[in-house]
Design a protein around this ligand. Structure first.
Ligand code: ADP
Ligand code: ZN
Ligand code: ZN
Length: 813
């Protein structure tokens, strides 16, 4: 037999690519297993790490030099070997430290780190509600309340120059704020409740006197068997003393049980019956069930227009997986987690469902994660991070609206959840369902190449027709709304139908311009124009949340003629109110939905028919199904079309198709009007004709001609730094190192584009450069990226510039 394990390999939760070896103290040897968290000494600090391996030897064979683990933080492993394999793949593909990858997959609050977190105290909340704060406090507190808890760093970033660390701590001393962040203090723990149980049998001692209240309590508990302490207090008032005394008398016992914190995302109570499948649904499901039953990796792409019954297919697939005793993950875009969807899942699967979602509080997320981890539920429904749900026996992974950009995490670990779904399904031999009305180019290309099994749901349920779409050329038109748009709105109001108006820009005016000297207000951190918000007369940066009061006069030439240019949802709402004073107009964007549940309220009002016209950003686009909405207007299709990204055409087509899909979900035929300055662009024309295939053919030709994905793979190397000079010098170096790597033969088939300043050259106070590497083979690109990062490392540290590697989402099948 092997000797006892003495050494453990640990991936620390820090941005270091290496893993480290530690000695296992005698007393931990029995309990330590792979996938547990340990506290280890690291460069004079203590940090959390994850145990990933028990090697026989330390790397250099000298175990005497190794340090000991300080503490073991878990009683059971948080991740199993199959999860670890998944994490290793991710770490390798996205060039991201393993410890940080593992951390990303765990609910927040499980990692011990020394970040300071702000929360309002009861007093702070009271002051915020009743007044008595100065204007800066008011702003800051409102922000904290909105998020419930915020890292201190974030507040300093949102209000630069307005609030300081010292101030925040002085408010803490006044009892208005909580600031926490000591190592253990932050960790989320399971929540317990007290349970009181009836003790049957002979009491051990003479009972003595029992008061009337106590008798009532015992009677009630006896009837129920057990009751939570909370229930008891609700019924009998403050009851702890009575219960304690009953406990002493041996009539009841008190114990604790773990409970699940209530979910802040609620489902509605409406029931969704389980329908007979349509013929095309039967056909599609039949194919999928073959895959599920094979227990092999079986990838499907379901191409079906909105309302064609995809969700019903997902539900049936999960039923089959459950029947096999296996588990399912369902990913939906962040914004689609509506009460409607949730209640549809709950209606079918009851409590066998965990929800993972970044809008939930830390405690709730932790509890939901634990239900999966402990095997209490077999379905996880959530946004992108649900791909890390710790199931052990997955039968299916479903990605709804697989083309949706919110599956890509844009910060830290820049993973794409849809790509990870492919990888995980493949690793564990599960079925994979990608569904969309507008599949991503990559997915459809994979389907054409036979890597995904393509399944079509060409028609809406019950043969409802797709809406009629009209494109209005805005060239030479004055005003925001064309006559066509106004007429359509008017007609819809007369017919007592509801309308949606979509504009992908919030605020009142896009920017403010001085017509006399040409001055515009720019964000000092991001160098983009500030958006004017009428409600609080502020100018805001939509990238970093920098905000100032809007001045009356031009700060440069004192002209009185400052002028709002461009239009946002706030102004659109106002115009619509003026145009149709008798109607109920509402707006849904980030500004009107910052309070918890506020967006649900708007959706509910829409559902109940209180709202005639809903104006909004892309929040109104997804996941909703309102039969009385028969008209959808797109105020400007140009914002997304001219975005500096090679996917802008695809994105526009997807958005327009999705928006149009909101119209006419009920009995009446839907109508859509799209306003644009580029009426002939194929993204717009094909969206008008509901012609995905036509769009795909045009777009794939463009991608091929310019050698963009899926014909190549891209890796973006982004540099950012506080100093303009250091960052540009680093960029120059990056270019040189890149070229010399190519010369040395490290870049077979690789081409370098740049370095150049990034599309947003200054963002959140950082200067940004980028360089793209394009190639066909992932292996070569990967090796090139590693060499480049290693070659640059010292140079970057010296100049305080950071490198971010962003691997463009493409499959690795
Ligand atoms: P998608 O996910 O493609 O938008 P859904 O599954 O949500 O489509 O279906 C659209 C609507 O049709 C929903 O209201 C759903 O309850 C209903 N539906 C789905 N399948 C059927 C069916 N076979 N018979 C009747 N109604 C159905
Ligand atoms: Zn900014
Ligand atoms: Zn001026």
């Amino acid at each position: 037999m092997k000797t006892m394990k003495e050494i453990v390999e640990v991936a620390v939760g820090l941005p270091v690519t290496k893993t480290f070896h530690y000695l296992i103290p005698e007393k931990m040897r029995d309990s330590l297993r792979i996938g547990m968290r340990v506290l280890v000494p690291f460069k004079g600090r203590k940090v959390t790490g994850f145990t990933i391996n028990f090697p026989d030897q330390s790397p250099d064979g000298v175990k005497e030099k190794l340090l000991e683990i300080e503490d073991l933080l878990d009683e059971a492993p948080l991740i199993d070997l199959s999860m670890l394999r998944f994490h290793r793949w991710i770490s390798d593909y996205y060039l991201y430290p393993l410890g940080e990858v593992i951390k990303t997959g765990l609910p927040p609050g499980l990692q011990l780190k020394s970040e300071l977190i702000l929360r309002l105290t009861q007093d702070g909340t009271t002051f915020l509600v009743q007044g008595g704060l100065d204007s800066v406090q008011q702003k800051v507190f409102r922000e904290i309340e909105r998020c419930r808890e915020v890292p201190l760093k974030k507040i300093l970033r949102i209000f630069p120059g307005e609030v300081s660390r010292d101030q925040l701590f002085s408010w803490k001393r006044k009892g208005l704020l909580n600031i926490e962040g000591a190592l253990e203090g932050k960790e989320v723990r399971p929540k317990f409740e007290k349970v009181v149980r009836y003790q049957a049998g002979e009491p051990s001692r003479p009972i003595g006197r029992v008061s009337k209240k106590q008798a009532e309590i015992v009677g009630w508990i006896e009837e129920k068997g057990e009751a939570s302490y909370a229930e008891l207090t609700k019924r009998f008032g403050a009851a702890l003393r009575s219960i304690r005394s009953l406990q002493e008398k041996g009539l009841v016992s008190l114990s604790a049980r773990e409970i699940c914190r209530d979910l802040s995302v609620r489902s509605e109570l409406k029931s969704y019956p389980r329908p007979e499948l349509s013929r095309s649904q039967e056909a599609v499901l039949g194919e999928i069930l073959k895959g599920v039953r094979s227990k092999r990796f079986s990838p499907y792409l379901i191409h079906g227009v909105t309302g064609s019954g995809k969700t019903e297919i997902y539900l049936r697939t999960i039923e089959e997986v459950l029947a096999q005793g296996r588990e399912s993950i369902v990913l939906v875009p962040e914004i689609s987690l509506t009460p409607q969807l949730l209640s549809r899942f709950k209606g079918r699967f009851g409590e066998n469902l965990a929800l993972l979602h970044s809008r939930m509080g830390r405690g709730e997320r932790y509890d939901q994660w634990r239900r999966i981890w402990k095997g209490e539920v077999k379905i996880a429904l959530g946004a992108r991070s649900a791909i890390f749900a710790p199931f052990k026996n997955l039968g299916a992974i479903i990605v709804d609206e697989e083309h949706d950009p919110s599956y890509k995490q844009e910060e830290k670990l820049k993973y794409h959840a849809r790509d990870l779904a492919v990888v995980r399904a493949k690793q564990v031999d599960a079925a994979l369902l990608l569904g969309s009305a507008t599949p991503s180019l990559e997915s459809f290309y994979n389907a054409e190449g036979g890597k995904f099994h393509l399944l079509d749901l060409p028609e809406r349920i019950e043969g409802k027709s797709l809406p009629r779409v009209e494109v209005v050329d805005m060239k030479g038109q004055d005003g925001v709304l064309s006559e066509k748009m106004k007429a359509a709105l008017r007609k819809n109001i007369e017919n007592k139908k509801q309308s949606l108006l979509f504009l992908n820009r919030r605020g009142f005016s896009n920017f403010i311009l001085c017509p006399d000297c040409g001055f515009t207000f720019k964000c000092p951190n991001c160098n983009v124009t500030l958006t004017y918000h009428l409600k609080d007369h502020s100018l805001q940066c939509h990238y970093c949340d920098y905000r100032i009061k809007a001045p009356g006069d031009c700060p440069k030439c004192q002209s009185h003629r400052l002028h709002g240019m461009g239009i946002g949802t706030e102004r659109l709402e106002q115009e619509i109110r003026t145009l149709f004073p008798e109607t109920e107009v509402r707006r849904m964007d980030r500004d009107t939905t910052s309070r918890r549940h506020s967006h649900l309220k708007i959706l509910k009002d829409l559902d109940s028919g209180c709202i005639d016209i809903l104006v909004g950003t892309q929040m109104i686009v997804k996941g909703h199904d309102f039969p009385n909405v028969t008209f959808v207007g797109v105020v400007s299709a140009d914002t997304s079309l001219h975005f500096p990204d090679f996917r802008s055409g695809e994105r526009t087509f997807q958005l327009l198709t999705q928006v149009a899909g909101r119209a006419g979900r009920g009995e009446a035929l839907g109508e859509v009007v799209i306003q644009t300055f580029s009426p002939d662009h194929y993204s717009i024309q094909k969206a008008k004709d509901h012609d995905f295939l036509g769009f795909y053919r045009e777009e794939i030709r463009f991608r091929k001609a310019l050698d963009y994905p899926p014909f190549s793979r891209l890796v973006n190397f982004r540099l950012s730094g506080n100093s303009e000079k250091n960052t540009s010098t680093a960029a120059e170096l990056m270019g040189k190192i890149g070229q010399s790597l190519l010369k040395k033969g490290y870049g077979k088939g690789i081409e370098i584009l740049g370095p150049s300043t990034a599309p947003f050259a200054k963002m959140r106070g950082k200067f940004r450069w980028q360089m793209l590497a394009r190639g066909v083979s992932h292996q070569y690109l990967h090796r090139f990226a590693q060499k480049l990062a290693a070659g640059l490392d010292g140079q970057l540290k010296r100049r305080r510039v950071t490198l971010d590697v962003d691997v463009d989402p493409v499959y690795i099948l």
